[in-house]
Design a protein around this ligand. Sequence first.
Ligand code: A2P
Length: 307
Amino acid sequence: MQCYMHDSAYHETPKGSCLESVKIAIDTGYRHIDGAFVYFNEHEVGQAIREKIAEGRIKREDIFYCGKLWNTCHPPELVRPTLEKTLKILQLDYVDLYIIELPMAFKPGDALYPKDENGKFIYHETDLCATWEAMEACKDAGLAKSIGVSNFNRRQLEMILNKPGLKHKPVSNQVECHPYFTQPKLLEFCRQHDIVIVGYSPLGTSRDETWVNVSSPPLLKDPVLNAIGKKYNKTAAQVALRFSIQRGVVVIPKSFNPQRIRENFQIFDFSLTDEEMKEIAALNKNVRYVELLMWRDHPEYPFSDEY
Ligand code: A2P
């Protein structure tokens, strides 16, 4: 399950709701937890995991926790201390996956969204290869079992893959992916390079206008998804998730509602036919819900390229 981004423009999860939701998710059978320092709830995620281990329901090795390196922490010397801070908050010895959250560096410091007196974001020179080398060192030190990236476009992935002396390839690239934004080209490129696509917003986001492009219609109202759902006695959400996993995309649906957390897990008892998969793939609109336009003037803004 995915937790949430935070900024003045983003929303923090209500205190305690993340703890409860993660515990329900683990009881339901979820094992992959997608978190980040900037979601401001890693302490709750860590507590939920530790409580479930203490109850004897799971072992640490059953859980797959993904943490993220924030934009203000890209300078290589900040990478390991930042991950160590996350581990301290989680009270865990390692994360299963540590990823560069965005390819865009911001000015390091206490402000996570640094702005100048005119309200303009303060960026920082980015050397993604140098950041990547520091990520590799975290893996070598055992602090992260695997390392990956997020919101990287093809050019940025190639920059890492072609880096002289590359020690560890990114295992995954977490990007927006769902029936209205199927990412066929990036998916194919990543397949060729053994990079797993982890799809965020697999249900079409919460449609919060402060950060979502709501000009793209609501995914879960789609007539095709609903009609196919009817046939299997499933919801549009379950069909959307099933579509993604059936084409090899990992999904991280976000919900803080116990019933919907359970609903989103009931996707392993049916499968879509090839015809239905094609029908859903044809819904692709090539329009993102998450455009991050406020950072489009960043030199490494990833979404100007075709893919
Ligand atoms: P809630 O937390 O109230 O369940 P995404 O994973 O694409 O970011 O979508 C998250 C949004 O979808 C949240 O607003 C979440 O609200 C809602 N959501 C999660 N699961 C379902 C579901 N099964 N049916 C409808 N809406 C859902």
